[in-house]
Every structure is written in C-alpha cells, then in structure tokens.
Design a protein around this ligand. Structure first.
Ligand code: XAN
Ligand code: ZN
Length: 472
C-alpha cells in the first residue's frame, strides 16, 4: 500500500455529455488504497493545510501542479487490437474484408509463436499507457498462450501486475471464414481455450482495494462472420453463467461485411439480431464501430443497454463510413471511444477524439439542410464537453465501470492524467513563451486537438503512477 497523497491545482472533471467542470484550485485527496477520499473545490493556497487538517490529512504529501498543468480522468480505450500494433499504418488502401485477409490475419498469425508475443506485447502495453489510456479493452489473437503473454505484461511491467493498467483481455474466437493458417479447428477447441484464459486471468490475486480486479477476461467472438452458430451459442451459454463477464465484438462496420453477415444468418432479423439470438447482447457488451445500423437495430441495442465503441479513425481509414454517434446518444445508448489499432493508425485516444470531432462535423455538414431541431445530438457536431465525456465517463459506462472510474468523485479510483501544456512539455504546438496565461477550458481544448503523449507527464491507475513522460 502506498501513502496517501493530495493533489492541488487545476482539474478538469467531466459532468455530462454537455458539461464539464474546469476547476482552478482544487484539492483531490487519494487515500493509500488509491481511491479518492475527498475533493474540495476552489481552495485558496493559504487554506490548503487547514483544509487538509480538517479532513485528518496531517503530514501528508501535497503535489502542487504548476500553471499549464492540470488533471483529467484517464482515457478509456473501449476497443483495440494489441497484436495489430506491428502492422499499424499498413494497408491503408483496403476496405475491411480485404484488409483482414491481406494485412491483419497474416500479422496476427505470427502470435502462434509465444516468443514473438513476448517480444512484441511489452512495448505495445507500454506505448498505450504512455498515450494516456488507463483502461483498455484488448483483443488478442486466437492463441491461448500468446494471449496469456499479453496478460503477463502486467507482471513484467509492474512487478505487482494488479497496480498496472486497468484492462480487459480477450482471446479471439474464430472457427470459420478465416484462412487455413489462422483458424480454430472446432467449437470445442475454441471454447476450451477461452475457458482456460478466463481461469488463468482470474486465478491471479487482485488488488483488495479496487472494486473489481484491474485486469479481467472478456469474451471476444471476433465478429459474426468468423463464428459459426454453435460457437456463438456456446459463448452465449458461457456468458449466461457469469453475468459480470464482459463481451466485445464488432458490428456493422462495413457494407460488404453487413451483407455477408446477413447471408450467414438468414433466420435472424439483422446483424444485431444475430448476436441477440445467442444471448450476446447485454448491458456489458461492447459493440465496436456500429456505422451502418438500421433503426430496428438501434432500438434493440438501446433496449439491451449494450454500449457502442466509436472508432472514428478506423472508420475513416478503412473507408467504412461515418457512425451517427449523435443519433445513438439521442437514443440513450452508451458510447465510448476506441482506437481500433490497426484499422485505426494511432494508439492514442487523443487521435480518436480528434477524428470523432471531424466525423460529427461531416454529419453536421451533410445534414445542414435537414437539422433535427428536436434532437440534442443528432446531426450536430460534438462539443468539447461531449468529446471529453466519450473519452472518459462514456468509456467507463461502456465497460460497466462507471462506479469506479471515468470522472473524479469520492469513492472512485484515482485513474488520472497529469497534463502539461507548458513549454517544457516539448510539443511546440502548445503554450508558446509569450502566449501568456490562458483559461483552463482553452488549454483543455488545445490539448484534446493538438496534444500528444509529450503532454502527458503522469499516468495514474488506482492511485499508482504507471507511466507518462515523468517516468521516462
Ligand atoms: O476494424 C476491424 N478490425 C478487425 O481486426 C476486425 N475483425 C473483424 N472486424 C474487424 N474490424
Ligand atoms: Zn476492431
């Protein structure tokens, strides 16, 4: 257990899709458990010690942020593929199905060799942490051993793994429509490996102070095209036996994919209907992409309370389309952001924020002649407040972690980023020696739109410093 610590300075705290708090002189107390003990806003520096004393915090370390530094909740990446980092930036000319066949499946198949996984995954996790991702939903490959290696990075990186990054780790299920060199031979083999991974991850000790283990397994049927009905049915049964087990998959990313999926499940009403028929649509299901959903599918997903991972960089990059996120928000669907490496070419949620903004502007421009005046978000560009929310609190909702992370409040874990937009951060796009003092709102907007990992000096999960430039 570490010592309690108090952070004093500027804090940005998401409140809703429409607002956030920009607090100039805030005290956040983090107890030795890594959870937030108390928060006091607007504290003059002459009152810091007295305020701490009133909370019984005597002789506790105070970390004071400087001008140009502020805290925000850590980013939540609701969808990425760890084994695709080696081919990040390749194959940009293809659409989804061809890209899978030519670029992705060949790379993923290399993880059959656990040594390749060992050589690759450590730097992958390190890079994602330093990009500011405190919670990450990872797809592995079909290989049990390599996915165990991915998990073991939490041991390698931090000695006591449970104080590292918060993560969901899944082994892909694929028993059809996959190349002969990268396919599981049967439902039984796929299910046995899935169960073995779950037991492997669950057997390790968890942090007693975290509401749930920091690293958890997640069911990962890759997408309906690569899973037979018996496999989806077995995964649905496994999910039914453990309501807490998260599920992640892809949905309606690309029009050719949607057509192929419907041909494979003619008895189902839709792509979403196919997942639902196997019990795979529920409140802790994370559906990546959702670019081309029908109105009936939107209604079904809203009814099931499943979450959508918006992956705008990937949606642009693979020419998949523009997901109508505003419409989903108006239907009350939970939405978070995903980098979807390597469909997306950046492991940073900052890049997903920037492309989510542009995606919403594309829709707003296309529908200018037909604004939906009665709707709050449909056909409108996403505000800074909405973008911040999707990257943090929205992601927490999608991961079913909204009571533990996603914003700063008493009782939640201190999963946070210390952002630095000062000159010494080394990003010449920011600050500038003669630009003078700026508002916290202004600094936040510039960070979201032109910041990068140079501007993330500290990354905390469950109160523990796990990355950022200050650790390098
Ligand atoms: O963007 C994507 N990346 C993938 O790896 C994948 N697999 C199925 N569907 C997918 N979409
Ligand atoms: Zn994906």
């Amino acid at each position: 257990m570490s010592l309690p610590v108090v952070y004093y300075g500027s804090v940005v705290n998401p409140v809703s899709l429409k607002s956030f708090k920009a607090l100039g002189a805030c005290l956040i107390a983090v107890s030795s458990t890594g959870n937030i003990d108390w928060i006091v806003e607007d504290v003059h520096d002459s009152m810091v010690q007295e305020t701490m004393g009133a909370h019984g915090y005597l002789d506790v370390e105070v970390v004071c942020l400087q001008d140009g530094e502020f805290l925000i909740p850590g980013f939540i990446d609701t969808h990425t593929h760890a084994p695709q980092v080696p081919n990040i930036g390749s194959g940009q000319s293809y659409e989804l199905l061809e890209w899978l066949e030519r670029i992705t499946f060949p790379t993923e198949s290399m993880f059959q060799d656990p040594d390749f996984a060992r050589r690759t995954y450590t730097s992958v996790v390190r890079r994602i942490i330093d990009s500011g991702t405190t919670t990450c939903c990872y797809y592995g490959t079909i290989h049990l051993e390599a996915t165990q290696v991915l998990f073991s990075n939490y041991l390698i990186l931090h000695a006591d793994y449970y104080l590292g990054q918060r993560a969901f780790i899944g082994k892909c299920n694929m028993d059809r429509n996959s190349p002969s060199y990268y396919i599981e031979p049967s439902v039984e083999v796929s299910m046995a490996a899935t169960k073995a991974l779950i037991s492997h991850i669950k057997q390790l000790p968890s942090n007693p102070h975290a509401a749930e283990p920091l690293v958890q397994p997640i069911l990962t049927p890759r997408f309906a095209i690569t899973c037979t009905s018996p496999l989806l049915s077995s995964l649905g049964q496994l999910a039914a036996s453990d309501p807490n087990l998260r599920i992640q998959t892809h949905i309606s990313e690309n029009l050719a994919e949607v057509t192929f999926t419907k041909s494979l499940f003619p008895e189902c009403s839709s792509y979403a209907g196919a997942y639902d028929s196997f019990g795979l649509l529920r409140a802790n299901t994370i559906l990546a992409h959702a670019v081309h959903l029908s109105d009936d599918e939107i209604t079904l997903i809203a009814k099931k309370k499943s979450g959508i991972s918006h992956c705008p960089t990937s949606n642009f990059n693979l020419s998949s389309g523009v997901a109508p996120i505003g419409k989903y928000l108006d239907h009350g669907i939970k939405v978070g952001l995903g980098t979807d490496v390597s469909g997306g070419y950046s492991p940073s949620i900052l890049n997903a924020i920037q492309n989510a903004s542009i995606a919403s502007k594309v829709i707003a421009m296309q529908t200018r002649g037909n604004p939906d005046a009665s709707a709050e978000f449909s056909n409108k560009q996403l505000s800074v407040a909405s973008l911040l929310y999707l990257a943090t609190s929205g992601g927490a909702e999608v991961c079913d972690l909204e009571n533990s992370v996603g914003s700063f409040s008493v009782g939640k874990s201190f999963d946070a980023l210390q952002v630095n937009v000062r000159n010494n951060a080394g990003n010449p796009a920011m600050w500038g020696s003669d630009s003078g003092p700026r508002s916290l709102e202004g600094m936040l907007e510039q960070f979201l739109f032109c910041g990068d990992d140079r501007n993330i000096s500290r990354v905390y999960v469950q109160g523990k410093l796990i990355g950022g430039t200050a650790t390098r």
